[in-house]
Write a protein that binds this ligand. Structure first.
Ligand SMILES: Cc1cc2nc3c(=O)[nH]c(=O)nc-3n(C[C@H](O)[C@H](O)[C@H](O)COP(=O)(O)OP(=O)(O)OC[C@H]3O[C@@H](n4cnc5c(N)ncnc54)[C@H](O)[C@@H]3O)c2cc1C
Length: 321
């Protein structure tokens, strides 16, 4: 098996934490690895990745890569993968990785294992574990093409820590934009700025469902503040406009696995469970004792949330002194 190429993700000229999950994958795959930092400002950001044990940190820095557009980024990833003879090309299955990697796979005529939750290396052959049917079943697959393209689930690959050393930093050529790039215009990126931890990185998440109605923030925010938690929501709560859409947890939202997840007034539909059932401890509050959320909850409270959540919040504040 030949080396692994990690595609790093940049935001505002800094390496995104998602990249560290792809590094963990590469370490588990057991082959030497290099990291490609691609985007405008990549050269300055590359220094953040030189202490993780990579053979090289490759830099593709160009003003044309100031904003992410798949048609502009993919050709450089493809060229670096091809010319470097990499056996595996990996990114984290963030919006960036999920968008970019299938395109890279197609251009390289390579097999793709998307959104994997584990990798094992038996006798030099990599086997990938993938959630299927909204996480109700797992498939184990191997890829038979010379190059293997992978995206990894951030919640299942703990962020890598630096291992010391100092990788070489090398510039690589930026490939011309692919076909269709001239028909794509980057308009804007509406970034939600919040003082709360990002859902993918939060150790505690307080999530609410449709039951909260217009009182979503009024009831949940004090508890989240007391716990230093991120705030999540069911799709029904987002669709109804009680919570912003980037709060959505689930099959078509964010996949999270915090140490502690509060599901408050959330029924526990399989599409919601698909995004949070990997949480270490799940606490559910629901007035319906038969709600499916109780089947995955470690602690359950059958109660009216409007009464117990403020009580719980006061108890947390009192316990903190
Ligand atoms: C293709 C597809 C993809 C989907 N993707 C997602 C996804 O990513 N994420 C997601 O969440 N959903 C997703 N859904 C929707 C999902 O099927 C459910 O409809 C949704 O999760 C329900 O949200 P909810 O639990 O907030 O609402 P409801 O199902 O309406 O449940 C509300 C719950 O609150 C409880 N309740 C009501 N009042 C109170 C009270 N005062 N105190 C305590 N409890 C109370 C009720 O007993 C009930 O259990 C998807 C659906 C489809 C078809």
């Amino acid at each position: 098996m030949s080396d692994t190429l990690i595609v790093a993700e940049l935001a505002d000229g800094k390496i995104k934490k998602t990249t560290h999950s792809a590094i963990t994958f590469a370490r588990q795959a057991g082959q030497p690895f290099s990291i490609l930092v691609i985007g405008a400002g990549a050269k300055a950001a590359a220094a953040e990745l030189t202490g993780f044990g990579a053979k090289a940190v490759l830099v593709a820095d160009d003003a044309s890569l100031a904003s992410y557009v798949a048609e502009r980024f993919a050709p450089t990833v493809v060229e670096v993968a091809r010319s470097g003879g990499f056996g595996v090309v990996v990114a984290t299955a963030s919006s960036f990785g999920k968008d970019l990697m299938p395109r890279v796979a197609a251009a390289l005529d390579a097999g793709y294992a998307g959104d994997i939750s584990a990798v094992s290396a038996d006798g030099g052959k990599l086997s990938y574990k993938r959630p299927m049917f909204a996480g109700n079943a797992y498939g184990h697959c191997t890829i038979s093409t010379a190059t293997q393209i992978v995206s990894v689930r951030q919640s299942e690959f703990t962020a890598a820590e630096p291992s010391g050393g100092a990788s070489d930093v090398k510039d690589v050529a930026v490939a011309p934009a692919g076909p269709g790039a001239d028909r794509v215009e980057f308009v804007k990126f509406d970034q939600v700025k919040s003082a709360r931890p990002a859902l993918g990185e939060a150790k505690v998440i307080v999530a609410g469902g449709r039951a909260l109605k217009e009182r979503f923030n009024e009831v949940l925010e004090p508890l989240a503040d007391a716990l230093g938690a991120g705030v999540g929501a069911s799709r029904a709560a987002c669709d109804a406009g009680y919570a912003p859409s980037d709060y959505q947890v689930g099959q078509t939202g964010k996949i999270v696995a915090p140490a502690l997840y509060f599901a408050i007034g959330i029924s526990g539909a399989i599409q919601h469970l698909a995004g949070m059932k990997g949480s270490k401890v799940i606490v559910a509050v629901n007035k319906d004792g038969d709600a499916p959320i109780f089947q995955v909850a470690d602690y359950g409270l059958v109660a009216d949330l409007f009464g117990v959540v403020p009580e719980l919040t006061s108890a947390v504040i009192a316990a903190k002194g």
